[in-house]
Design a protein around this ligand. Sequence first.
Ligand SMILES: Cc1cc2nc3c(=O)[nH]c(=O)nc-3n(C[C@H](O)[C@H](O)[C@H](O)COP(=O)(O)OP(=O)(O)OC[C@H]3O[C@@H](n4cnc5c(N)ncnc54)[C@H](O)[C@@H]3O)c2cc1C
Length: 447
Amino acid sequence: MALPEHVDYVVIGAGIHGLSAAWRLAERLVEKGKTADGRVVVLDKSGIASGATGIACGVVRNNYFQPAMRNLMAHSVGVWESDPEAFSYHPVGYMQISCEAMRKDVAQIYAEQKAIGYESEFIEGANASTSYMRGFFSDWQAQGITSVLHEKRGGYANNTKSMYGLAKKVEDLGVRIISGIEVKGFKTENGSAAVQAVETDKGDISCQHVIVGAGPWVRDFWNMLDLPQTIDVHSPNGEVHKDVDMWRFWQLEEGVLQVDPEMMMTNDGKMPPVIHVDTDAPLMSDEDGSLITDQMWGIYYKPDWHFGGIQGGAAPYKVETPAQQVAIDPYGPSSPEFVSGPEFAHMWVSALAHCQKRFEGTMPKYHREPSGGIGCFTPDSFPVFDHFNENVAVIADSNHGYKMLGVGRLVADEVMGQEQDLLKPFRLNRFETGELHPTSNSPFPWS
Ligand SMILES: Cc1cc2nc3c(=O)[nH]c(=O)nc-3n(C[C@H](O)[C@H](O)[C@H](O)COP(=O)(O)OP(=O)(O)OC[C@H]3O[C@@H](n4cnc5c(N)ncnc54)[C@H](O)[C@@H]3O)c2cc1C
């Protein structure tokens, strides 16, 4: 099929955000008695879910310390719940299991979840936490745990399956998803910053609006839009950090223990919630008993039939290469540079065994294929959802985003002229005004 010469809306990226945005744009057009056919296209240099979305663990949760993140996540969980079958979504819930250093933060999250009507339960104290966990898993043995936040909503979705479900919704409404087409730049109108056409390796497409949902490739689109590579960051206390890099990359460490996923069922044979443990209890090797770390560590895991075992990850690490020089392609497990290594496997499986006796001695079952991938983070590690150059919306989720199925929809509503309160705390100018999000004691940059 020939490349269209003109459409109203060009969406770049067929990951979770691009497809979610296209879905809402199409719905809005249909509501107005129009069709998305010939008006909305999604362009992807590879294909549906070929970026971060297609390698995500797929966890959907709401234990955020930042009120704005919590409100946004509650909205997105609602979108997941709207069609679990199409989204291959498993509403099994989520548990944040923490040591004393995090108890106060998590108690606050619980109180604020209650205030917005997001159903969860909070268990405090070492004995109460252990006995709560043993109610699910009789072999629970994690040390140093003094609280459990059990979110009754959330869970996980199968990363690519859910995107094919979403793509079907999008295409059924008339949107064309074009794979294998690479965006190279933007043409602007004379005397204006507005994008008049999107330049691709297959030709130009003129348009009225552009939505960029490019995941880790946001760095490249930022450059194409001539946006600043460094910014000043004003802290809430008035301190100013000059010339901070706009982007930095972190490596997400994930892997699979190739055992029967049934191995993780609860005492009464049910699907367990997604388990996330953060603790400062010393972590010993399950192989030789040596100390792996006596610093705070964290892991998450779930039984996963799509990955074929127990799938999960640990805290990411910073990529030290300057952001402009990071080789994003080939991405994910195909990267020669950014994949989870043997130290991750050793740490993660030892941590599983630290938490549950059933995982002791399972190290040989770790799937030794490359896994994981990089994410592109903002200066405060929270998303930037904003509009630039008059007609370009950028969805830069700072790697929070598989769970954010609702964000593209909100951005599409903004592009259609309705500003969204849920998105306002995520504008770029927060770095100038000092209205930054509060930070917690979690070892993860995304909590
Ligand atoms: C290992 C790992 C595990 C994760 N686990 C979770 C999790 O459990 N829960 C969670 O909420 N989040 C998770 N995340 C984060 C989440 O996956 C991302 O935040 C989210 O998927 C980003 O979605 P996106 O649509 O912005 O980008 P992507 O899914 O990366 O999609 C961007 C698309 O843009 C295309 N593209 C790039 N450049 C061009 C170009 N020049 N022209 C045309 N197309 C282009 C790419 O091909 C790609 O398909 C994880 C991330 C990683 C790396």
